[in-house]
Design a protein around this ligand. Structure first.
Ligand code: ATP
Ligand code: MG
Length: 318
């Protein structure tokens, strides 16, 4: 469906962002590009719809070179979702979703039906949301509309560049589920950029890990977990497995007086299990190191850190 053949991109300033990339993305595949900052993910993505022109090699869609497509059709026929919510602020939600159908001269009735159908698909009641402005929606809802806009004209291919990274964990999970469902139901080809291995493992049919403009490994989530190509991959997959350290649960002591005399004390070296046993009985415990008070752990803060950590795919190790 999308084929990269020896594709390189060198920017005018000399930066070689992508180096002789060979890649084939299948029709209907959820394909995830992951890698550290500056590894060439966005550049790779934007070469597909020619937001960035490639320097060497070829990109083909359905066998045809992208340079042989009409540039407008190419853009309209490929949905694109950005990290920053990029809705037009003065347009209503319905108008925002309808941008590409309007460009394609769909008739009013068809557009209206399509907008309502899309809003319903992600649980936004059209009657309530159709005529609102973007600022009258939460961040998560705005991003959902961003996804709908990319889907509006029913493109075969959708490109998504870190679409959920600005969202809170709850909205993020919800949108991941929405997009997975959409992809499974509508069989779109999705190319999805992320920094987050957990997101990649959850969403991807295949994952492509990049580093310095090159592919380190392409494969299924299962292959990444069971058969990492090298230490870099192993570290990238495993970096969420580091144990929570006791320090991360602490809030610093700002006012010694705030620690009540009868407050339970644990050592900085105490196992986490002991800390949580104490927190089951005490709202707050103090932490000492070599006889000196170094911090306090209060229950709500500790719960918050742990839940965030577990949500990010972490595990508790002792
Ligand atoms: N317009 C540009 N001109 C010059 N260099 C650029 C340009 N755009 C990107 N680069 C460089 O190309 C390399 C790859 O950038 P790219 O944006 O593709 O990385 P990325 O993997 O998407 O990173 P991030 O995770 O931070 O978004 C980087 O070294 C970057 O500085
Ligand atoms: Mg990027």
């Amino acid at each position: 469906m999308i084929r990269f053949e020896h594709v390189s991109k060198q920017f005018p300033n000399g930066t070689l962002a992508v180096k002789s990339l060979d890649l084939e993305i299948e029709k209907g595949e959820f394909f995830v590009l992951i890698g550290p900052s500056g590894s060439g993910k966005t550049t790779t993505l934007k070469m597909i719809n020619r937001l960035i022109e490639l320097s060497k090699g070829w990109v083909r869609i359905n066998g045809k070179k992208i340079s042989d497509y009409d540039i407008h059709e190419l853009r309209w026929d490929i949905g694109y979702v950005l990290q920053q919510i990029a809705l037009f602020p003065h347009m209503t939600i319905a108008e925002n979703i309808a941008v590409v159908p309007e460009l394609k001269n769909w008739d009013k009735k068809r557009i209206r039906t399509r907008v309502d159908e899309l809003l319903e698909m992600v649980g936004l009641d059209p009657k309530e949301y159709r005529n609102r402005k973007p600022h009258e929606l939460s961040g998560g809802q705005q991003q959902r509309v961003g996804v709908l806009r990319a889907l509006a004209a029913d493109p075969e291919i959708i490109l998504m560049d870190e679409p959920f990274s600005a969202l809170d964990p709850f909205s993020r999970e919800k949108l991941q589920d929405d997009v997975l469902e959409i992809q499974q139901r509508l069989k779109k080809t999705i190319v999805f950029v992320t920094h987050d291995m957990r997101e990649a493992l959850k969403l991807g049919d295949r994952i492509c890990l990049m580093k310095d403009g090159e592919i380190v490994q392409v494969g299924t989530p299962h292959a990444f977990l069971t058969n990492p190509a090298n230490d870099f991959v192993r570290e990238f997959v495993g970096n969420k497995q580091v144990p929570v350290r006791l320090e991360e649960l602490m809030v610093p002591v700002t006012d010694e007086q705030a620690i009540l005399p009868q407050t339970k004390t644990v050592s900085l070296q105490a196992p986490l299990a002991e800390v949580f046993e104490q927190l089951a009985s005490f709202e707050q415990i103090a932490v000492e190191d070599g006889g000196k008070m170094v911090g306090v752990i209060n229950r709500p803060h500790a719960m918050k850190v742990m839940s965030q950590y577990l949500r990010d795919g972490g595990r508790m190790h002792e």
